[in-house]
Write a protein that binds this ligand. Structure first.
Ligand code: B12
Length: 473
C-alpha cells in the first residue's frame, strides 16, 4: 500500500521554507500529527511524508493521500484535495479543521477522520484496500497510543528539533477562543509515565519539546513524570500555566527534570477580558511574581498574548507592551483574537466577522470588527506591538537581565535565539507574512527609533523607563 501524508503550508511559509537563512526553522518542530498517522499505518505500507514548508508535492500514484490541517491551512489543504482527486486518488482529511468542520471538509475530501487518529486510521487503510472507504471516521484516545513514532521519516536538519512528543492530551479548561476543549470533547488524557520516559530516553538528542497544551494540569501526574525524567539529563520546553508560579515544589521538580523554558497562555493584562473568555483563573496582578518564580528555577517565559478582545481600546497596544516589560516576559507569540470556526467564540462573533478566508485565521489578521476600535486600528496596533517588542533595542535591553538570572548559559541562550528568530521573521515579512512595509522600511524605522531612544536615554539619565515607550511607528 502506498500512502502519501501531507502537512500543507500557506504561500508565505512555502516561500520562506526554501531559503537558506531565516527560513522559519526555529518555528518548525512538530510533525506529530502525521508521524502518528504513519505509525498507525500497516507495517508494510510505503509511506511518503511531505512537509510542504520545504518539500514539493510529489507526482506518481498513491493508494491514499492523508492531509492534516489547522484552520489557517484548510484552503491550501482543499487545493491539494482537488489536485489528487482529479487524478483519481482518494483523499482523507484529519486534524483540527476537519474535526471541527467535518461537513465543509467533506465537500473537498473523500473522507474525514475526526478526533485522534487512533482506532480510525487503521480502519481507513483496511477500507481503502477493500475498496469500501466510508465518508466519516471517528478516532478515540485509547490506552494503546503508539509508544513512539517513526521520526526517521523527517529530514531532521529542517527542524529546530525533530524530537517533539506529548505526555498529556486535552485540557480541563474551556477558554472560549481555544479549539482544544471542543476537539477533545472537554476530556483530558495522560500517557503512562513509563512510556513517555522510555520514549524520551531513546531520543538521540539532548533537547526535546513537549507539545502538550498544559503539561502540569494534573499535578500528581506531572510530579511523577518529572521524577522519571530527571535522571535522563535532557533539556526540554513545554506549555504550562502561569498559575503554577506559586507552586515551588512543582517548579523545583520541573527544573530537576530539565525544563528550560515554558510557553504560557498569558493572553491579556485585562481581568475583564480574561473573564469574558472563561480564563479568569489567570490573575494579572500575579504575572510578575509568577514569571520571577519561573526565572528563579532556570526557565525562560514565552507568553501567548492576544489583542482585540471586546474590552480592548486602541490604548491596549502601548499598555500591553509596558506590562510585558514590567512582568519581565522573555518572548511573546502575539495573536490577534481570532474566532476559529467550531469554537464558542466563533458562535458569539458570527455577525461581526468580515473576512471568511480561513487562510487569514492564522492569528495575524483582524478578521472581525472589534467593539472599541476600528478593524484597521487593531491590525496596525498588533503589527506595531510585535515590532516594538522585538525591536533590536528592546532585545538588547533584555540581555543583561537574562545574563543575571540563575541557570547558566542555557537560560539566556534559548530566549536570545528565540528573540533573534522572531526579529528575523518580523524584520523580513512583518506580522502578516506579506507586510507591504517590507524589509527596508523596517530597518529605516528601527534605526531612527534606536537613535531616538539613545537621545532620550541620554537626556533622561537614570530614568530608562522614560525612553522605553517613545517608539512609535
Ligand atoms: C506544534 C503546534 C504548531 C507548530 C507546528 C504544527 C505542526 N507542523 O504540526 C507551529 C508552531 C508551526 C504551529 C503554528 C500555528 N498553530 Co499550532 N499547534 C501546535 C500544537 C501545540 C501541537 C500539535 C501537535 O503536534 N499535536 C500532537 C498530535 C499528536 O495531535 P494532533 O495534532 O491533534 O493530531 C492528531 C489528530 O488531530 C489526528 N490528525 C491530525 N492530522 C491528521 C491527518 C489525518 C489524515 C488523520 C487521519 C488524522 C489526523 O491524528 C493525530 C494523532 O491522533 C497544537 C496544540 C495541540 N496540543 O495539538 C497547536 C494548534 C494545532 N495550533 C493552532 C494554531 C491556531 C496555530 C496558528 C494558526 C497560530 C499560532 N499558534 O501561531 C499557527 C499556524 C501557522 C500557519 N499558518 O502555518 C491551534 C489550531 C486550532 C485550529 N482550529 O486550527 C492549536 C490546536 C492550538 C490551540 N490551542 O488552539 N502550531
Amino acid at each position: 500500500m502506498k500512502i502519501l501524508l501531507i502537512a500543507p503550508a500557506s504561500g508565505y511559509w512555502r516561500r520562506i521554507g526554501r531559503r537558506r537563512l531565516f527560513n522559519g526553522k526555529t518555528f518548525r518542530f512538530s510533525m506529530l500529527p502525521l508521524l502518528s498517522v504513519a505509525e498507525l499505518s500497516p507495517k508494510d505500507a510505503e509511506i511518503t511524508l511531505i512537509d510542504e514548508q520545504f518539500q514539493d508535492i510529489p507526482d506518481g500514484h498513491f493508494d491514499v493521500v492523508g492531509i492534516t490541517a489547522m484552520t489557517a491551512l484548510a484552503p491550501r489543504a482543499y487545493e491539494l484535495c482537488a489536485h489528487f482527486r482529479e487524478r483519481g486518488i482518494p483523499v482523507v482529511m484529519g486534524g483540527y479543521h476537519a474535526t471541527l468542520n467535518p461537513d465543509e471538509a467533506l465537500e473537498h475530501a473523500d473522507a474525514v477522520v475526526t478526533g485522534p487518529a487512533y482506532g480510525a486510521w487503521p480502519r481507513v487503510c483496511e477500507d481503502i484496500q477493500a475498496g469500501t472507504l466510508q465518508r466519516r471516521y471517528r478516532g478515540k484516545v485509547s490506552s494503546n497510543i503508539p509508544k513512539t513514532v517513526p521520526r526517521h521519516l523527517l529530514d531532521k536538519r529542517q527542524y529546530v528539533t525533530a524530537h517533539a512528543t506529548f505526555a498529556t492530551m486535552g485540557c480541563r479548561n474551556a477558554c472560549r477562543f481555544c479549539s482544544i476543549a471542543k476537539f477533545h470533547e472537554s476530556r483530558f488524557f495522560t500517557r503512562p509515565v513509563a512510556d513517555v520516559v522510555a520514549e524520551v530516553a531513546a531520543f538521540d538528542s539532548p533537547f526535546f519539546m513537549f507539545v502538550d497544551d498544559n503539561l502540569t494540569q494534573d499535578r500528581d501526574y506531572a510530579m511523577a513524570l518529572f521524577e522519571g525524567l530527571a535522571p535522563l539529563g535532557k533539556r526540554w520546553v513545554t506549555q504550562a500555566s502561569l498559575t503554577i508560579g506559586d507552586d515551588e515544589p512543582l517548579l523545583a521538580a520541573m527544573q530537576r527534570a530539565g525544563c528550560t523554558g515554558v510557553f504560557v497562555g498569558l493572553e491579556t493584562f485585562n481581568p475583564d477580558a480574561l473573564a469574558s473568555q472563561q480564563k479568569a483563573f489567570n490573575t494579572p496582578e500575579n504575572y510578575r511574581a509568577a514569571v520571577a518564580a519561573f526565572h528563579r528555577h532556570g526557565m525562560y517565559v514565552e507568553a501567548g498574548v492576544m489583542v482585540g478582545f471586546d474590552h480592548d481600546t486602541p490604548a491596549v497596544f502601548h499598555e500591553t507592551l509596558k506590562s510585558l516589560e514590567q512582568a519581565r516576559i522573555d518572548a511573546i507569540q502575539l495573536a490577534i483574537v481570532t474566532p476559529l470556526p467550531g469554537t464558542p467564540l466563533f458562535e458569539s462573533m458570527k455577525e461581526r466577522i468580515v473576512d471568511r478566508d480561513w487562510e487569514h485565521y492564522d492569528y495575524r489578521h483582524a478578521v472581525f470588527t472589534p467593539w472599541r476600535m476600528r478593524r484597521d486600528e487593531l491590525q496596525h496596533g498588533a503589527d506595531w506591538l510585535i515590532r516594538a517588542f522585538y525591536s533590536p533595542w528592546r532585545i538588547a535591553r533584555r540581555i543583561p537581565r537574562w545574563l543575571s538570572l540563575p541557570g547558566g548559559w542555557r537560560l539566556w541562550a534559548y530566549p536570545l535565539v528565540l528573540n533573534l528568530a522572531y526579529l528575523g521573521r518580523v524584520m523580513r515579512f512583518g506580522i502578516r507574512g506579506s507586510d507591504p512595509a517590507g524589509q527596508w522600511t523596517y530597518w529605516r524605522r528601527t534605526c531612527s527609533n534606536a537613535i531616538q531612544n539613545l537621545r532620550n536615554a541620554s537626556r533622561v539619565r537614570g530614568s530608562s523607563s522614560k525612553s522605553e515607550y517613545c517608539e512609535r511607528t
